[in-house]
Ligand binder design. Structure first.
Ligand code: HEM
Length: 356
């Protein structure tokens, strides 16, 4: 509770206004009972097996089902209207509760939000369009070698945080859970609503882990950023929009080697990152660590070499300027690009109707 109060108190009026505006314009979520029923045919047959089991177990089975959020059809009586579908709203609520827990208050800047966003991004950002490999489907980051690569250092924290939710809702795949947690975290931190739908399945082992080197190296420049994100299928504008997530969270010396937050409100989603990139003077930090930049005013904020590349590159910079001026446009473009990122390589049966 305290964490959520703190989170709210840190939000600026401007970001609250943007949130209201963005929610008013945001597309409708795609996790309704109807969507879930059409998307999860495989699940429903799995659910049928559970239903038999619970029927035999009588009241105990009913209690288990109630606790684990199977909606309808598990008490032995055929439900008149409610279909047997998993309730993703319950999972959303559990993620929000986790973010507002007292445990979260003690962590970093008072929220698990940023690291949940990073988990969703790193499990998805391994996608390679040419070979249609990698991406969030499979949740292969549970296994070596992907779990142990340098780029994923620290993400065990996020994975462990979500494990109890996987136990509470055993019907959800890890890959759906991790991506949903990233989407909910953005929303809970004042960001736009992220279109999200279920349908990912988990791999049983690490045989299909994507090779190391698919995630960006923060010490490099514009060409490297393009190599990495074009490989996933993104364009320059989407690259800049996605990079705006660095309004959130911080670098940790013992994870990436870099240190510090990008903005003064690292648990509030905003266009502050773009404003700072343009308005501040950024100097090389003099320290015993990898090259990073610090703001001249407070020396408390940081930028990575890849962040600076967005203002140094003449094709990226106009988008930095656009998003610094227009937070509504940033929220819209981020929501669309982040939703696309979470879906890369996922073999959905149908197209998401609200995506252009
Ligand atoms: C060129 C592209 C990118 C590079 C080089 C990069 C690099 C990094 C690095 C080095 C960290 C610090 C990790 C640590 O020490 O804990 C970090 C954190 C973070 N990144 Fe990125 N990133 C990139 C793109 C993205 C994208 C596309 C997103 C999401 C859409 C994102 C979201 C985050 C978040 C939320 C954190 C904070 C995590 C925390 O506070 O624990 N990043 N990134």
């Amino acid at each position: 509770m305290f964490a959520s109060l703190r989170l709210l108190s840190r939000r600026t009026l401007a970001s609250q206004v943007s949130r209201i505006q963005s929610i008013a314009q945001a597309p409708v979520r795609q996790f309704s009972a109807e969507a879930a029923a059409t998307k999860s045919g495989g699940w429903i047959s799995g659910g049928g097996k559970w239903a038999l089991l619970f029927g035999a177990a009588g009241l105990g089975g009913w209690y288990y089902a109630k606790e684990n959020d199977f909606v309808g059809g598990v008490t032995g009586k055929a439900p008149s209207s409610a279909p047997t579908v998993p309730d993703y709203d319950k999972v959303r609520k559990a993620i929000s509760d986790l973010m507002a827990s007292d445990k979260a208050e003690e962590y970093d800047d008072g929220s698990f939000g940023p690291i949940l966003v990073r988990l969703a991004w790193h499990c998805s950002g391994s996608y390679d369009k040419a070979s249609n490999t990698g991406g969030s489907n499979g949740a292969t980051m549970r296994f070596p070698p992907e779990s142990g690569i340098g780029a994923n250092k620290g993400l065990d924290v996020a994975r462990k945080l979500l494990d109890p939710l996987k136990e509470q809702f055993p019907w959800i795949s890890y890959s759906d859970l991790w991506t949903l947690a990233g989407a909910v975290a953005i929303e809970e931190m004042g960001g736009p609503e992220i279109p999200w739908r279920p349908g990912r399945t988990d791999q049983p082992d690490g045989k299909n882990c994507p090779p190391d080197g698919r995630l960006p190296d923060a010490s490099k420049g514009a060409q490297h950023i393009r190599d990495i994100f074009y490989r996933m299928g993104f364009n320059d504008q989407e690259i800049v929009a996605l990079s705006g997530a660095h309004a959130l969270g911080r670098c940790h010396r013992d994870r990436s080697g870099f240190e510090g937050p990008w903005t003064n409100s690292p648990i509030t989603f905003s266009n502050e990152y773009f404003k700072l990139l343009l308005d501040e003077k950024w100097n090389k930090k003099k320290w015993n660590g990898p090259l990073q930049y610090e703001d001249k005013t407070s020396k408390a904020l940081m930028m990575l070499p890849t962040d600076m590349a967005l203002v140094w590159d003449k094709k990226f910079k106009p988008y930095v300027e656009l998003y610094a001026k227009d937070d509504e446009k940033f929220f819209q473009d981020f929501a669309k690009a982040f939703s696309t990122l979470l879906e890369l390589g996922v073999p959905f049966k149908e197209e998401l109707p609200n995506k252009a």
